[in-house]
Design a protein around this ligand. Structure first.
Ligand SMILES: [Zn+2]
Length: 486
């Protein structure tokens, strides 16, 4: 099953309304997706749970909802304007994306002088002066993407990750989406759609400190869309140009808090959220530490919590110690000092941050992948009841018996009013088919109103995972279900 699990999942997504290709009516826009009615409920449940655990239940974390459209200087300060405009190349085998200059320079370091000289001399499409620079410095500064492409092809430079030689073309790429503001053309570049939610938190640091009673250490959390104009390679909502992030910047005084301890505490919290709150099996999770080359230059340590997706272990949730880099950058670019006064020493502190950053859409894909089970003919999504899009389905045993339908409607309305979550009605086909239909979207409970209900006011409630049925008093139903979905 595992090799085509992704196909099965994507077929289910479309068939049952989890995810549709974006703009499909007009032929689609690559790497965009729409969440259907069932998917929207799941996505919302994930976000609400994340928010509850990391903001509402904590004393030391506050929320923020910053604008998607943001000043170009934010992205210059953050390094995204320069960093996102590098010449990049993607490995088509393992999907590693790498800066072409790094790929080439790392390779040239390893080959001997004489061979380098001879081989570079053959690259007539690159002008003489540039070739001399390459040979003497082993650097490719000043080469165009096309020229870097020539070098990569000539040396058949393998992928440092998977050792294959299977690159896309080298291309210059600014991943930020410019926004044209106002009605005058040609003012592009004055604003961008945000490339990550984190920067909004740094930019609002002073506002938050001045308008809230926050004290170090404290966190600011945000859930929202970010945009990166990149070439992605399928796998449904795993990587898309528009995506939703759940980010926390956890600010602390490095003189008073040991970053290693905070880092490890966050690792525990993240792991626990996935296993305990989302109910995902821990055997499909692992930590992976970034190598020195892979890590951003300002980060002292980065680890990814990875999940074993149908296409392999991939990043789900990054944890990075970003030091005071971002606040200092914004201080420099804005000319305004971003710091907080320590209430004990009255000293100004530029806090350091630890950043747990999760892809909400990846949580969504992970949860569905983990919940997907085939049980003979039956497809069952064994979702945690608290995440399930629909909590209960109510059926009249027969739809042509008005007294059953009437009683079932009564139960349905009662549950809709008393349960926190979606209750659905289904009277199509036979009971067996209705069960199968609810199993496929992970509805944890199905309630059937039958002739006994009319006699003794009990209904059958059927459990999705075990298919066991029990009879429950109608007036106890809401309590029975509520206990299991909270
Ligand atoms: Zn590769």
């Amino acid at each position: 099953m595992s090799e085509n699990k992704m196909d099965m999942l994507q077929a289910l997504f479309k068939r049952r309304g989890f995810v549709y290709p974006g703009s499909e009516l007009y032929g689609g826009v690559a790497n965009t997706y729409d969440y259907g009615p069932v998917g929207t409920e799941l996505l919302r449940n994930i976000k609400n749970l994340w928010w509850k655990v990391f903001v509402q239940k904590r004393d030391d974390i506050v929320g923020l909802d910053a604008s998607l459209i943001s000043h170009h200087k934010i992205w210059e300060a953050s390094g995204h304007v320069a960093g996102f405009a590098d010449a990049l190349v993607d490995c088509k085998s393992c999907r590693t994306r790498i800066r072409a200059d790094h790929l080439i320079e790392d390779y040239l370091e390893k080959i001997d002088e004489q061979r380098l000289k001879n081989e570079i001399a053959e690259l007539h499409l690159i002008d003489h002066e540039k070739r001399n620079i390459i040979v003497s410095t082993k650097k490719v500064e000043g080469l165009s993407p096309k020229e870097m492409e020539i070098v990569v092809q000539h040396f058949k430079i393998p992928c440092p990750n998977c050792a294959e030689f299977n690159w896309t073309v080298v291309r210059k790429f600014n991943q930020l989406f410019p926004v044209q503001l106002g009605i005058v053309e040609g003012e592009q570049g004055s604003a961008y759609l945000r490339g990550e939610t984190a920067q909004g938190i740094f930019v609002d640091f002073d506002n938050i400190v001045n308008s809230n009673r926050v004290r170090l250490p404290f966190g600011v959390a945000q859930i929202g869309k970010s945009f990166r104009n990149e070439i992605t390679l399928g796998n449904s909502v795993f990587r898309t140009i528009e995506f939703e992030q759940g980010e926390i910047e956890y600010f602390f005084n490095p003189e008073k808090n040991d970053w290693k301890k905070l880092f490890d505490d966050w690792k525990d919290l993240m792991w626990k959220f996935i296993t305990d709150d989302l109910g995902v099996r821990s055997e499909n999770l692992r930590w992976r530490e970034h190598s020195d080359e892979e890590r951003s230059f300002y980060s002292k340590k980065t680890e990814d919590l990875e999940y074993n997706f149908p296409f392999g272990f991939k990043e789900l949730w990054g944890l990075a110690y970003r030091t005071d880099y971002d606040l200092k950058q914004h201080s420099t670019y804005s000319g305004k000092e971003l710091a907080i006064v320590d209430p004990e020493t009255f000293e100004k502190v530029v806090p350091h941050v630890i950043e747990p950053a999760v892809g909400i859409n990846r949580l969504f894909l992970m949860i569905l992948s983990d919940a997907y089970h085939e049980d003979g003919e039956r497809v069952v999504l064994k979702l945690s009841p608290r995440l399930a899009p629909y909590k209960v389905a109510v059926f009249p045993l027969l739809k042509n018996k008005p007294e059953l339908v009437e009683k079932a409607k009564e139960v349905y309305v009662h549950l809709k009013d008393s349960i926190g979550g979606v209750v659905v009605w289904d009277d199509r086909g036979n009971i067996g088919k209705r069960y199968l239909s609810q199993d496929e979207i992970g509805t944890p409970f199905c309630v059937t109103v039958d002739f006994d209900t009319l006699e003794n006011d009990t209904v059958t409630i059927r459990d999705r995972d075990t298919a066991n049925q029990e009879r429950v008093q109608v007036d106890k139903l809401s309590e029975y279900i509520t206990k299991k979905i909270i």
